[in-house]
Write a protein that binds this ligand. Structure first.
Ligand SMILES: [Zn+2]
Length: 170
């Protein structure tokens, strides 16, 4: 059986990105705990799925996903100054959290949460980068296809894969 829409796929993987000429390991699956997902429902970045499509259990893969099919280009529109008040808790900024290089969770007035990387902190403003940490990066995925099976009706109904042995992770 090959990887295609509505198959439940498990793969081991390593993700490396290029950082000024050095390949840096960003993420990897743990031994015996492959990434399990329902294929073709938009859970994964497009380039990851496109490169896996058509592979079968036992196949090894090694491919690079460009930002356009990954986490997007790094956009300067998403580098913004926020009022320092946004970061105040009980009238004060916790400088151990709001410090340059840290990634902090924020919530907009619709209740969506997102992550902001702190670039600058001044008395009245905090400059943050709202781009995904991997925006603008070429992503090198390599690993092995561990299994491919058809999704159950319940999995299709829920829009996600259920774990090995029928364990229901939500
Ligand atoms: Zn479910």
């Amino acid at each position: 059986m090959i990887i295609d829409k509505h198959k439940v796929v498990s793969v081991s993987y390593e993700l490396h990105v290029d950082n000024n000429g050095t390949q840096v390991l960003i993420d990897k699956s743990q031994e015996g705990q492959p990434l399990l997902f329902l294929f073709g429902v938009g859970q994964m970045i497009p380039g990851f799925e496109r490169n896996l499509q058509g592979l079968k259990a036992g196949d090894v893969y090694d491919f690079v996903v460009q930002p356009s099919e990954g986490y997007g280009e790094h956009s300067l529109d998403d580098v913004i100054d926020l009022p320092a008040d946004v970061f105040k808790v009980d009238g004060e900024i916790d400088l151990s959290i709001v410090k340059i290089g840290n990634i902090v969770p924020l919530r907009d007035n619709q209740g969506h949460t997102f992550e902001a990387k702190i670039l600058e902190v001044s008395t009245h403003h905090v400059k943050v980068d709202l781009n995904h940490e991997l925006a603008g990066k070429s992503l090198n995925f390599k690993g092995k296809v561990e299994s491919v099976r058809s999704a159950t009706a319940e999995e299709l109904d829920h829009g996600h894969a259920h774990g090995h042995g029928g364990v229901h992770h939500h």
